[in-house]
Design a protein around this ligand. Structure first.
Ligand SMILES: NC(=O)C1=CN([C@@H]2O[C@H](COP(=O)(O)OP(=O)(O)OC[C@H]3O[C@@H](n4cnc5c(N)ncnc54)[C@H](OP(=O)(O)O)[C@@H]3O)[C@@H](O)[C@H]2O)C=CC1
Ligand SMILES: O=C(CO)COP(=O)(O)O
Length: 346
C-alpha cells in the first residue's frame, strides 16, 4: 500500500527555510511554514515586495489583504537566503527553475532538503520538476520532496483548511517536510510516489485550461464533469506508463487538486482557459489572467512526454491545438468527442 499516509500534527520546531519565489504560493507557503514553527526567509526579485514583506509583513502584489507572520523576512539575495537553510523551497515558474537553481548549486548546504512546489514539466527536456531540481542542484532523490495537492494559495493565505501531499522517495525527508508545514489549517500526508504526485500537479493545469475554455464557450456542468473525469483518466494513463502508483490518482494530489483547480475561479489556469473560450488571443488571456498559469507551456511538454511513450492524451492534445496551433475554440468540444468508440476505463 502506498496511498497517502496520515502524519501527526507537528510540534513547533526551528528549522530554517529559504523560499525561492515571492509570488502567491511562495509567500503563502512561507506563512504556512512560519505558522508551523520554521524560521523563514523568502527570496524575491522585486526589492519593494521584499521590503514590505520584512517591514510591514504584507505582500500586497501577490497576497493582498493578508497579514503575514511577523518573523518572515525577505531578500533579493538568493545566495544569502539559501546559505544555512535546512529546507530550500522552490516556488517559481517551472520553466525558470533550472536557470535559477544552477546559480545556487554551490551554496546549498550539503544536507539541505530541496522542496519543489512547482506544477509543471520542463519544455525541451520533458523533465518533471524534481528531476530538474536534482540535476541543477546536483543532489540525490533522497534530499528532494514535492508538495502538491488542492492548494489554492488565496484560500490558504486566509488560513482556510486544506490538505496536501508531501512526496519523497525518502520517508525521512517526507516526514521532515511534512512537519515543517503542518498546522491547524494545513494537513500534509506523505506518499513515496514522487512521479505520480508530480504528474498530477502538472497535468491538472492542462485539464483546468480545457474546463475553462469549455465554460468560456458557455458549455455546462455535463461537459465540465466529462472533461474532469476523462482528464483524470489521461493523467492516470501517463502516470502508469511512467511507473507511478495507481493509488495516487484518486488521492489529494490527483482528484483533489483536479477538482479544486477545475472548479475555482481563483485558478489561473481555469481563468486563462475561460478568457480563451470567450475569444481572447493567448497573449491577451495571459495578460488578463496575471500570475503563472503553468498549463500553457506544460501542455506542450506533457504532450511530448505522452507521445514519446505512445500514451494517448486527447484532452491535452486538444488544448495544445487550441492554444498553440490555432484550432478555433468552437472545434474543441467536437475534437474531444469525435473519437472512435472505446470502453470506459484507463
Ligand atoms: N498560486 C497557487 O495557488 C499555487 C501555485 N503552485 C505552483 O507554484 C509555482 C509558483 O506559482 P505562484 O507563486 O502561484 O506564481 P506567481 O506568478 O504568483 O509568482 C511567481 C514568482 O516567481 C518569480 N518569477 C517569475 N519569473 C521568474 C524567473 N524567470 N526567474 C525567477 N523567478 C521568477 C516572480 O517574481 P516577480 O514578481 O519578480 O515576477 C514571483 O515571485 C508554480 O509552479 C505554480 O503552479 C502550486 C500550488 C498552488
Ligand atoms: O495549483 C493550484 C491549486 O492547487 C493553483 O492553480 P492555478 O495555478 O491554476 O492557480
Amino acid at each position: 500500500m502506498t496511498a497517502d499516509r496520515d502524519v501527526p500534527l507537528a510540534q513547533p520546531h526551528a528549522l530554517r527555510a529559504a523560499v525561492l519565489g515571492a509570488g502567491s504560493w511562495g509567500t503563502t507557503f512561507a506563512a504556512v511554514m512560519a505558522d508551523a514553527g520554521c524560521e523563514v526567509t523568502i527570496w524575491g526579485r522585486d526589492e519593494k515586495v521584499c521590503r514590505t514583506i520584512t517591514e510591514e509583513h504584507r505582500n500586497e502584489r501577490y497576497v493582498p489583504g493578508v497579514d503575514l507572520p511577523a518573523g518572515i523576512t525577505a531578500t533579493t539575495d538568493a545566495r544569502a537566503a539559501v546559505r544555512g537553510a535546512d529546507l530550500v523551497v522552490i516556488a517559481i515558474p517551472s520553466q525558470s527553475a533550472r536557470a535559477t537553481l544552477e546559480t545556487l548549486r554551490d551554496v546549498i548546504e550539503p544536507d539541505a532538503v530541496a522542496v519543489s512546489l512547482m506544477k509543471g514539466v520542463e519544455l525541451g527536456t520533458d523533465r518533471r520538476m524534481s528531476q530538474v531540481v536534482a540535476e541543477s542542484l546536483g543532489i540525490g532523490p533522497e534530499r528532494i520532496a514535492v508538495v502538491s495537492g488542492p492548494n489554492l494559495a488565496k484560500e490558504i493565505a486566509h488560513r482556510q483548511p486544506t490538505a496536501t501531499v508531501v512526496a519523497s522517495t525518502s520517508e525521512e525527508t517526507a516526514q521532515l517536510v511534512a512537519k515543517a508545514c503542518a498546522s491547524s489549517y494545513f494537513r500534509p500526508y506523505t506518499n513515496p510516489d514522487v512521479v505520480g504526485v508530480e504528474l498530477c500537479g502538472a497535468v491538472k493545469n492542462v485539464i483546468a485550461l480545457a474546463v475553462g475554455i469549455s465554460q468560456g464557450r458557455g458549455l455546462g456542468y455535463n461537459t465540465m464533469a466529462t472533461v474532469i473525469t476523462r482528464g483524470l483518466v489521461e493523467i492516470t494513463r501517463l502516470g502508469l506508463a511512467l511507473g507511478a502508483d495507481a493509488e495516487t490518482f484518486p488521492g489529494l494530489a490527483g482528484m483533489g487538486d483536479l477538482m479544486a483547480t477545475c472548479a475555482s475561479p481563483d485558478s489561473r489556469n481555469h481563468t486563462l482557459g475561460n478568457h480563451i473560450g470567450r475569444g481572447m488571443t493567448l497573449e491577451e488571456a495571459i495578460a488578463a489572467t496575471g500570475g503563472t498559469a503553468e498549463g500553457v507551456k506544460s501542455s506542450r511538454s506533457v504532450l511530448e512526454l505522452a507521445d514519446s511513450l505512445g500514451v494517448e492524451m486527447p484532452i491535452t492534445h486538444a488544448v495544445v491545438r487550441v492554444l498553440h496551433e490555432g484550432l478555433p475554440v468552437d472545434d474543441l468540444a467536437a475534437l474531444l468527442l469525435a473519437r472512435p468508440h472505446k470502453a470506459e476505463g484507463v
